[in-house]
Design a protein around this ligand. Structure first.
Ligand SMILES: Nc1ncnc2c1ncn2[C@@H]1O[C@H](COP(=O)(O)OP(=O)(O)OP(=O)(O)O)[C@@H](O)[C@H]1O
Length: 468
């Protein structure tokens, strides 16, 4: 053993000369680091660690699991995966996402653990480096990803692992599960964070628009091209291009996207000059892409290009224990100027809802309940009322769709797999929406119904306008 306690009664941890040098090197590093012995005891903690985990001096001699987890036994015996146990087996550096108690409360922390081996290969200790995850929280927050359930943590572990790389990420999940938010988190946690994050709503790109929107055009390239215009790939230069609803790209356009991804070069419409693309690709879809590939509706080669690193986002029903945390955070986001809460009975009622529209549906429901409640403590009646309005609205919309089908079969909007009404999507112009919004006094759900589009489509439009 390289580290020794000078007395059994009150251990004073003494470092061997080689380790003292290592500890002094760690002291100067900006990220929190500790040096541990093979029995999980901290033998040195640098200044950044002492700052993050609290305590001056008294950290040495304590175990890492007690300081960071408040556990009385090693993580792997307390239901957490232990990077030390893994490093002991692999003899290699290990990375893992943990939930730690820090001086700022509970936080997500990425741990990188390096085993220290003697010249004969004997394990003599570990160096642990901690990195607090900035964009995901375990406490109610006005911004960022929120969650603490195992399903959420599994997803977050993949997000934090792939974020610093340049791999193409595919976000898969039902509508409203947070794909857009995760895409922004990936960008914000990457080396490209200071460069643009450019979302592309692939479901709104028509065949004629596709190339000029993505690659740009030169002046005079087509009738309406009065000026040269940079495309979205160029706008996202050195940043992230987020291809939202990538499963909605028709086959004819998929080949153009594939060409860009394979060659890394593109041309503005009407130009012969080749430009080099420098973008990280993040895509998202609520569709089942592998089935689409099997059915020949999505190109297999494009699928593999986009899905280098797939991440599945859990639906809200698979992370029920996150509901109170999400409710609290969403209430803060909806009404930042006032502290609004939900009564325990109201929360319980929410716990029984299926939430097919996931976090977005929860958010809309809360927005409605805030309007219907006269107090800062939203009770079960307001939530029940908000749910009833939603049920009425759905009945109404089904009734209208049936009526339209009977009287004007040709103008019936096309109903997509997730129930969203499409067709009206292309017709509803941005300017018209802006005007309607300015004079609209009802809820967004009512506005969507009034406009004859789904709530999801309305949300997309608002997002495009920066008004979501
Ligand atoms: N984990 C989360 N923490 C906090 N807010 C969340 C979380 N997940 C989703 N939201 C919120 O829910 C709403 C819908 O999320 P988002 O638009 O990212 O979903 P989506 O999966 O992209 O939906 P769609 O497929 O319909 O585009 C947003 O207001 C978003 O901020």
């Amino acid at each position: 053993m390289t580290f020794t306690a000078s007395s059994d009664a009150e251990p004073q941890w003494v470092l061997s000369p080689g380790r003292a040098e290592l500890a002094s090197f760690l002291e100067g590093l900006p990220e929190p680091h500790i040096l541990c012995d093979p029995d999980y005891r901290i033998v040195a903690a640098n200044q950044a660690y002492r700052h993050l985990y609290g305590g001056e001096g008294e950290l040495t001699g304590r175990t890492c699991y007690e300081v960071s987890h408040h556990f009385d036994r090693p993580c792997d015996q307390a239901g957490e995966s232990c990077p030390m146990a893994r490093a002991r087996q692999s003899g290699q550096r290990e990375r893992i996402l943990h939930l730690h108690h820090t001086s700022c409360g509970q936080s997500y922390v990425n741990i990188e653990l390096t085993p220290l081996l003697s010249p004969s290969g004997e394990l003599t200790g570990y160096i642990e480096k901690m990195e607090t995850v900035q964009h995901a929280h375990l406490q109610p927050q006005a911004q960022g990803l929120i969650g603490r359930s195992p399903a959420f943590r599994q997803m977050l572990a993949l997000v934090t692992r792939v974020a610093p790389t340049d791999s193409a990420v595919m976000l898969l999940g039902e509508t409203g599960t947070g794909k857009d938010l995760v895409a922004q988190t990936l960008h914000a946690s990457s080396q490209r964070a200071a460069k643009p994050f450019v979302p592309v709503d692939c479901s709104s790109l028509t065949e004629t628009l596709f190339e000029s929107e993505l690659f740009g055009h030169e002046r005079g390239a087509f009738t309406d091209a009065h000026r040269a215009k940079a495309g979205l790939v160029e706008t996202a230069h050195e940043g992230t291009l987020f291809l939202d609803e990538v499963g909605d790209i028709p086959l004819t356009m998929q080949v153009k996207l594939l060409r860009l991804l394979e060659s890394g070069v593109y041309r503005r419409v009407g130009s012969t000059e080749q430009r080099q693309a420098n973008v990280r690709i993040v895509s998202a879809t609520h569709r089942d892409l592998s089935t689409m590939v099997r059915e020949g509706r999505f190109r297999e080669d494009l699928y593999h290009r986009l899905c280098t690193f797939p991440i599945r986002l859990p639906p809200l029903r698979a992370r029920a224990e996150d509901l109170p945390l999400l409710v609290d955070s969403l209430l803060r986001r909806l009404v930042p100027q006032r502290r609004i809460k939900l009564s325990p009975q109201a929360l319980e009622l929410l716990g029984h809802q299926p939430f097919h529209g996931n976090v977005r549906e929860l958010r809309n429901l809360l927005e409605r309940a805030i309007v219907l409640s006269d107090s800062a403590l939203i009770g079960v009646e307001a939530v029940e009322w908000a749910l009833q309005l939603d049920r009425d609205l759905q009945k109404d919309s089904q009734g209208r769709a049936r009526e339209t089908a009977l009287h004007e079969p040709s103008s019936l909007p096309q109903v997509t797999g997730d129930g969203a009404l499409r067709g009206s999507w292309q017709r509803l112009r941005i300017e018209e929406l802006r005007e309607r919004l300015q004079s609209w006094h009802g809820t967004r759900t009512e506005l969507a119904l009034e406009l004859g589009i789904s709530e999801r489509t309305l949300y997309r439009k608002l997002k495009a306008l920066g008004m979501a």
